[in-house]
Design a protein around this ligand. Structure first.
Ligand SMILES: [Zn+2]
Ligand SMILES: [Zn+2]
Length: 462
């Protein structure tokens, strides 16, 4: 199937909102315009073959050393007009203009390059003779190193040979990139709008959920909090939109994301997690959570298909013209960034701050030494938190340095390092784990007093 058709079908199949479809890369229109570009180049004798021949010379850059003889060749670039700063946060108005300059040898007013066909030579000669006016007028932001009508001294001295840099006017080429650029920036705007919308939904959901499962609201809230913790644990394991694991680090394609989202939903069903939610608010929140993820997936698919369209049309452009523009465009338009997965990444980050934070995960509150919940929590002067048991043992062994940052803080710890707020928080959100840890601490202390057989003795007595 031809890509134009495939693209149209994909846009229909995914049932994207009408507005998105209107914003999609106008692949067909670009293809038509590309035909005009090719024709335009052919009309001035710069057909594909000629440009390919010239491109060979372009391989040996001659701009570095102005005394070296300049080979005929061409330089094709997307010159940037307008303001463009380094912050690149999107939304900046950059207009770029394709600029084709050809180096042509002129001897006694006649273009002599053998690589060019007579008609091309004639055309370039005409341009070359009026090149001063042409190049300087047409180049508001021309790089200052390439001066129009460059004549290496050695050549001008010996003969009337002159190497001129000629800018070839390209009407349809400019139109082509105008369309492409407008569209890429429209898609970027659309993405930003959708992202803002999703982030708003996430914040609202976080507030709703945080309120519903606040432990002081009663047993049902505490029960739901426990279930939500499992839901989010599964969600994090699924790494739906990008993976932070070492084995498959990076952004997911939409196909992978679909798979991972299914896995997550299956697991939730298998463990009957939704049934175990007892509050209506929780059920509502879960539905919202799923639809946020589905919406994000939609954005990802839309980005992907459009990025593919841009790549395809640029490849076609290069194939038809030999101008080698693909990488150049993506770089200049920064569409590599805008059409990439930054939205997914930002939205996921938002989810973890707004949603996961109202359902604290045990992993974030473990003691880095014993890997049990850090209770009683002691915050050293270096701000690292450990359970009091582990610190007691460390200081008995004469260890002075924090195992995380090596600061000399252990011996300085006193009663004032006990983190009462953290302790209250842990009792509230992890009552079960706190109880277990308190029991384990007691057992350990008793073993220290009564000897290692304490536990057995204790059991026998029962
Ligand atoms: Zn510990
Ligand atoms: Zn430390």
């Amino acid at each position: 199937m031809k890509f134009a058709q495939e693209f149209r079908k994909a846009l229909q199949r995914e049932a994207f909102p009408r507005r998105w479809v209107d914003c999609a890369i106008p692949y067909g229109q670009l293809k038509k315009c590309l035909k005009k570009v090719t024709k335009e180049l052919e009309e001035i004798g710069l057909d594909k073959e000629t440009l390919t021949r010239l491109a060979v010379h372009q391989q040996q850059p001659s701009s570095g050393d102005s005394n070296a003889p300049v080979d005929p060749g061409f330089k094709y670039q997307l010159a940037i007009d307008g303001r463009d700063d380094e912050c690149g946060s999107g939304g900046e108005s950059v207009h770029f203009r394709p600029k084709l300059t050809v180096f042509v040898k002129v001897e006694d007013g006649i273009a002599v390059d053998a690589t060019l066909s007579p008609s091309t030579r004639e055309f370039l000669q005409k341009l070359a003779l009026s090149s001063t006016a042409l190049t300087t007028d047409a180049l508001p932001l021309a790089d200052t190193s390439s001066v129009a009508s460059t004549a290496p001294p050695s050549l001008t001295a010996s003969s009337a040979t002159d190497i001129r840099q000629v800018e070839v006017p390209l009407v349809f080429d400019a139109e082509f990139f105008g369309i492409l650029q407008t569209d890429v920036s429209n898609i970027r705007t659309l993405e930003e709008e959708e992202q803002t919308k999703l982030e708003g939904q996430i914040v609202a959901l976080g507030e709703e959920l945080g309120h519903a499962v606040e432990p002081s609201r009663g047993r049902r809230a505490r029960g739901d909090l426990e279930v939500w913790r499992q839901i989010f644990e599964l969600y994090l394991d699924a790494c739906i939109f990008f993976s932070s694991r070492e084995s498959d680090h990076g952004a997911r394609t939409s196909t992978q994301a679909v798979e991972q989202l299914h896995w997550f939903q299956d697991q939730v069903v298998q463990r009957k997690l939704v049934q175990r939610l007892r509050l209506d608010t929780s059920h509502n929140a879960f539905n919202n959570f799923v639809s946020i993820n589905t919406a994000l997936l939609s954005i990802l698919k839309f980005q992907e298909i459009n990025r593919l369209a841009v790549t395809k049309i640029l490849k076609k452009f290069d194939k038809r013209t030999s101008l080698g523009v693909s990488n150049n465009f993506l770089f200049v338009a920064r569409s590599d960034r805008s059409l990439a997965n930054s939205v997914a990444q930002d939205v996921c980050a938002r989810m973890s701050t707004e949603l996961m934070s109202v359902v604290p995960q045990l992993d974030d509150y473990l003691c880095p030494i014993c890997f049990a919940i850090a209770y009683w929590p002691v915050r050293l002067h270096c701000q690292h938190v450990f359970c009091s048991r582990c610190l007691v043992k460390m200081s008995r062994k004469g260890e002075r340095h924090c195992p995380l940052c090596r600061a000399d803080t252990i011996m300085l710890a006193g009663l004032e390092n006990f983190d009462a707020d953290r302790a209250a928080f842990l009792r509230k959100y992890f009552p079960k784990e706190v109880k277990e840890k308190v029991r384990a601490n007691e057992r350990e202390r008793n073993q220290e007093i009564f000897g290692p057989s304490y536990r057995t003795v204790h059991c026998c007595m029962m």
